[in-house]
Design a binder for this molecule. Structure first.
Ligand SMILES: [Zn+2]
Length: 338
């Protein structure tokens, strides 16, 4: 059997390095006459899917369905195809392209590398290539944090933006000069795996002391109990509730986490000069004060003039950011293809 690279060897002329077509089917489709695109956000617990008709706008139809995270690659692929089918019950004749955002490392051929919570069965293979082959519609895949960054940048019409996805894990994405920065093997923007304490706990990535091991949602729950929190808190929503009712331990945990996030964001600001920093993800959605807390902490750990010239904001797209960015990327490539 030929390798994935041999089956999907070529890049669309003019495409960004991250995003290449699986041309095997794309070459046979009249893509330019199709007017809609689909964005899929493949998360550890749910698949968010949206059908988009116009640029920079909300989906005309969207849905959320569970991710069969532990049932193997065929089940996962089947769920993605089912999501597309539910969005387009009358068929895909009007769909120009599909974008898929996922956690983990996805290179410029759409091939998945390294450990990913719900994609371990896909390592070394092309998710986008498989979907293209099954559905007959060109598909691109990329990191979910990167796609969310692109969507947040376009929602603001800005060219330089750093996105932090603060949830169970901590991810992110970088837009510089109006372009998504994905780096070698698609690994850029992994802000959760910046080491903040070389003697800290071992992370799933193999490094010690990653930011994620201190400020990810499960770690925040652990910190609440380690600080003697008295509330019945077994998960992050419980901690967020304690925060909202004024539990001082919950507040201290979140303040400390905001400082930790700010230290890494401050370093990233010096390297990237983003102009806009967006603090999104499930943790930030649950506690709307967090972007402001991060901004206050940044006054003590960032290049002062850069900070003065930078806006720190909550997400505008919320949990639609990933699928919106995936759809925007699909539309970009569909347009170039036309
Ligand atoms: Zn790590």
């Amino acid at each position: 059997m030929p390798s994935t690279a041999a089956r999907y060897p070529t890049a669309l002329p003019g495409a960004t390095p991250l995003l290449r077509w699986s041309r095997r089917v794309a070459d046979t489709q009249p893509i330019g006459r199709r007017t809609t695109v689909i964005g899929l956000d493949l998360g550890g617990s749910s698949i968010k899917a949206g059908l988009f008709a116009n640029e920079n706008s909300a989906p005309v139809r969207n849905l959320v369905m569970p991710t069969p995270a532990h049932e193997g690659r065929e089940s996962l692929l089947g769920a993605l195809i089912a999501a597309v089918g539910a969005l387009c019950p009358d068929g895909l004749s009007d769909v120009g392209a599909i974008g898929i955002g996922t956690p983990g490392l996805i290179d410029d051929s759409g091939v998945i590398h390294g450990p990913a919570v719900n994609l371990s069965a896909w390592q070394g293979t092309s998710l986008s290539g498989e979907v293209t082959e099954r559905l007959g519609v060109p598909c691109v895949a990329g990191n979910d944090g990167s796609f969310a960054a692109l969507a947040e940048a376009r929602a603001r019409d800005v060219d330089n933006l750093l996105f932090v996805s603060w949830g169970t894990g901590i991810g992110g994405g970088i837009v510089c000069g109006g372009r998504l920065v994905t780096g070698h093997l698609g690994m850029a923007g992994e802000i959760g795996h910046v080491c903040v304490d070389p003697a800290g706990p071992v992370c799933g990535c193999g490094q010690r002391g990653c930011l994620e091991r201190f400020a990810g949602a499960p770690e925040l729950v652990g910190a609440y109990h380690a600080r003697g929190g008295a509330g019945d808190v077994s998960s992050f929503p419980g901690l967020a509730l304690r925060y909202r009712v004024g539990d001082p331990v919950a507040k201290a945990v979140m303040e400390a986490a905001a400082v930790m996030i700010a230290r890494v964001v401050g370093a990233a600001m010096s390297l990237l000069a983003p102009g806009t920093v967006v603090i999104g993800g499930g943790v930030a959605e649950a506690i709307p004060e967090l972007p402001g807390m991060v901004a206050r902490a940044l006054t003590r750990c960032s290049f002062p003039y850069l900070f003065e010239q930078c806006r720190v904001e909550p997400s505008r797209l919320g949990n639609h950011a990933g699928m919106t960015g995936a759809a925007e990327t699909a539309r970009d490539l569909s347009g170039r293809r036309a």
